[in-house]
Write a new protein. Structure first.
Length: 257
């Protein structure tokens, strides 16, 4: 536990150092005057935009967080159930896997207008968009983990007369959790993208909706403020999932981050 704490602290310091370096480079470029202010506002201008539009940004952030979290939970549950279904019923696996792969070949931007048309401008279409964005990495990683359970463990459980149900819940699923952890972290990192894409296509609130409006009014500083919040939200969500998986899966073996 102490090792995980120090490792997490080190990763946090590294992330802060990278973000600080990027902001410093951004500030130097803005000071040089080589790029017009309406194309690249300075960090100070963006901070002012954050301060002057904090109520508007807070409402937009709350909407996007709500869509992201609900979509992430539903997508993870859906992905895990699909993986369990495919590992338990090989016949279904042969039919489902091609459909899952084909679903990922369709560009997200092509589906977004249809979802808005079918489900409206509210939160439902953004949640479905998030689910479609993340369920594939969750399904594929969890299925791969279930499929790669050491055969020796399964053979040993058979000699002890363990039922198929017990093999699944006491051997296969625990053995698959490290692989599932990788898929879940990818899903956490890309889940806000699904919500924002849905908001770009059609919405009445959210960070994507706010960025669209700011872009049409050439409010670049407000756009950068929304992007900054979105980046912090994504990093925080990824970090939270990483820490929770290390706590909940103590046997998780990972390379140094």
């Amino acid at each position: 536990m102490k090792f995980h704490f120090h490792q997490t602290l080190f990763v946090s310091i590294r992330v802060i150092a990278i973000i600080t370096s990027l902001i410093l480079i951004w500030w130097i470029i803005s000071l040089s005057g080589s790029i017009p202010v309406y194309l690249l506002p300075s960090p100070f201008t963006v901070i002012l935009a954050l301060k002057n539009n904090q109520h508007l940004l807070w409402l937009a952030t709350f909407t996007t967080i709500q869509e992201t979290l609900i979509g992430l939970v539903i997508g993870c549950i859906f992905g895990m159930l699909l993986a369990l279904l495919m590992i338990q019923v090989p016949l279904i696996r042969h039919w489902l896997m091609p459909i899952i792969i084909i679903s990922q070949s369709i560009p997200t931007f092509a589906l977004a207008p249809l979802l808005v048309l079918w489900l409206g401008f509210g939160i439902n279409s953004k949640i479905v968009m998030t689910v479609l964005m993340i369920f594939f990495p969750v399904t594929s990683s969890f299925f791969d983990g279930l499929n790669r359970t050491p055969q020796g463990w399964l053979d040993l459980s058979k000699t002890m007369n363990a039922s198929r149900f017990r093999q699944l819940f006491f051997i296969r699923i625990p053995a698959a959790l490290p692989a599932f952890s990788s898929g879940l972290k990818i899903a956490a990192a890309i889940s806000p993208i699904g919500a924002v894409i849905g908001e770009w296509v059609g919405a009445s609130s959210g960070l994507g909706y706010l960025m669209q409006n700011a872009n049409s009014r050439f409010q670049t500083d407000l756009m950068f403020a929304a992007l900054l919040i979105l980046s912090l939200m994504t990093i925080s969500l990824w970090g939270f999932v990483t820490i929770m998986m290390k706590i909940m899966v103590p046997w998780l073996k990972e390379n140094n981050d």
